[in-house]
Ligand binder design. Structure first.
Ligand code: ADP
Ligand code: MG
Length: 256
């Protein structure tokens, strides 16, 4: 089973608890969205799932393909089929998008078989071209240096192409709270919609209700103060768009 099971996850930064007992299961074929106001720990959650060393998991487990991934290095998590998009991707001048993707494929192949010679270049080119056609991307994009001078939209394009090439079982996308224009949102949404299939689960973390006009989640969760405080279907996102978060905040305060 390639579901992702987050169980009672607690994450701290510099000794301060930010994620305070979060549980969530994502099955293949499901799109989940986590929404919430700024500063509630959404990015902290995604960094912890990635295995960022600054984020300290103090309690809880995250099960995927029979392993507690919290015990694995970030690259091991990736090879297991988790795709974790970075909220602020780094630029790698001198390394083209194509070379980066080929290295990623080869790293994965070598992890499975240390003798592997890597994907043949003609085979790689053919595969990459097919993926780029599917995503309606210009072929010249593959020859550019990764994230070097990329616009917000181009960074998202690189991220989605990486997802298409690696074909993860679970994709986790953390969207920036500011600076993403409508084009960039559409690139992410169109990409996810194109790549979505019954073998893949998706977790979209976003401050933006707007993104969910383009990606239709099956489940919507509201995160506040480090916890999921409300879960529902796509209607919940629409309700939040109309009414904001205050009603949930009040409800949470009432419950103590
Ligand atoms: P969100 O993504 O929901 O806006 P974050 O996870 O980025 O929230 O942040 C949650 C809280 O953790 C905030 O109070 C923020 O100031 C704090 N925080 C995030 N990253 C760091 C860090 N690297 N060092 C110290 N505090 C941090
Ligand atoms: Mg964030």
């Amino acid at each position: 089973m390639s579901s992702l099971e987050i169980k009672n996850l607690h994450v701290g930064i510099e000794g301060k608890e930010i994620v305070k007992g979060l549980s969530l299961t994502i099955q293949p074929g499901e799109i989940h969205a986590i929404m919430g106001p700024n500063g509630t720990g959404k990015s902290t959650l995604s960094y912890a799932l990635m295995g960022h060393p600054a984020y300290e998991v103090t309690e809880g487990e995250v099960w995927f393909k029979g392993q507690n991934i919290l015990e694995l290095e970030p690259d091991e998590r990736s090879r297991l089929g988790l795709f974790l998009a970075f909220q602020y991707p780094v630029a790698i001048p001198g390394v083209t998008v194509a070379n980066f993707l080929r290295s990623a494929i080869n790293a994965r192949r070598r992890a499975e078989n240390p003798e592997d010679k890597g994907i043949a270049i003609p085979e790689f080119r053919k595969m990459l071209k097919a993926k780029m056609d599917m995503l309606k991307m210009d072929q010249s994009f593959a020859g550019r240096y990764l994230n070097d001078g990329f616009s917000g939209g181009e960074k998202k394009r690189a991220e989605i192409l990486q997802m298409a090439v690696l074909q993860p079982s679970i994709a986790i996308l953390d969207e920036t709270d500011s600076g993403l224009d409508i084009d960039a949102l559409r690139i992410v949404a169109d990409g996810v919609n194109t790549l979505m299939n019954e073998n893949m689960g998706v977790l979209v973390i976003t401050h933006y209700q707007r993104l969910l006009n383009y990606i239709k989640p099956h489940f919507v969760h509201v995160m506040m103060d480090g916890r999921i405080v409300e879960s529902g279907g796509p209607d919940l996102a629409l309700h939040l768009e109309e009414h904001g978060y205050d009603w949930i905040r009040e409800k949470v305060e009432e419950l103590g």
